[in-house]
Design a protein around this ligand. Structure first.
Ligand code: CMP
Length: 150
């Protein structure tokens, strides 16, 4: 799995919504602590049930979150994944599979936790996305509501 030069990450990071609230100095810090990795189409980047020590931001490409229940979820350029295992210290909650070639910024566990503790804008963006995902998951399909009221 090739790792590209860190300097290549900075221009790509500028367009990532997760990093929108960071100052140029904070963004440089993220580029320093991260590694740019390439995953070929079809590769499982994280595996359900395995311990996780890395957080990923997709810089280019698409991936699919495949959970034990529920439909698979598409991730696009600018989306992130792998935060749950690191925040909870728990096994990975899903497989994440590259559906085409994916370039991702990989941030290790301790650097991720340091960012969460020190950069409020980063923490807020993660929290907002996780809450959005929760809200999405809680949306009850219409047919289930119909069953309850019958
Ligand atoms: P983690 O559990 O570390 O590894 C699998 C990842 O898939 C998980 O972190 C999230 O980033 C992502 N994921 C799991 N469940 C959902 C969900 N319901 N909605 C969006 N992303 C999810």
């Amino acid at each position: 799995m090739p790792t590209l030069e860190r300097t290549e990450a900075l221009p790509a990071l500028k367009g990532v919504p997760l990093f929108a609230g960071l100052t140029p100095q904070q963004l440089r810090r993220v580029a320093e602590v991260g590694r740019v990795k390439l995953f070929r189409a079809g590769t499982a980047i994280v595996h359900l049930g395995e311990p996780g020590d890395t957080f990923y931001v997709i810089l280019d490409g698409h991936a699919l979150v495949v959970r034990e229940t529920g439909r698979p979820l598409k991730l696009h350029t600018g989306d992130f994944f792998g935060e749950l295992a690191l925040i909870e210290n728990a096994p990975r909650s899903a497989d994440v599979i590259a559906t085409d070639d994916v370039t991702a910024l990989a941030i290790g566990h301790s650097a991720f936790k340091k960012l969460l503790r020190s950069e409020a804008a980063f923490t807020h963006a993660i929290l907002k996305a996780v809450v959005g995902r929760l809200r999405n998951d809680q949306r009850t399909p219409r047919w289930q509501l119909d069953n309850l009221t019958r």
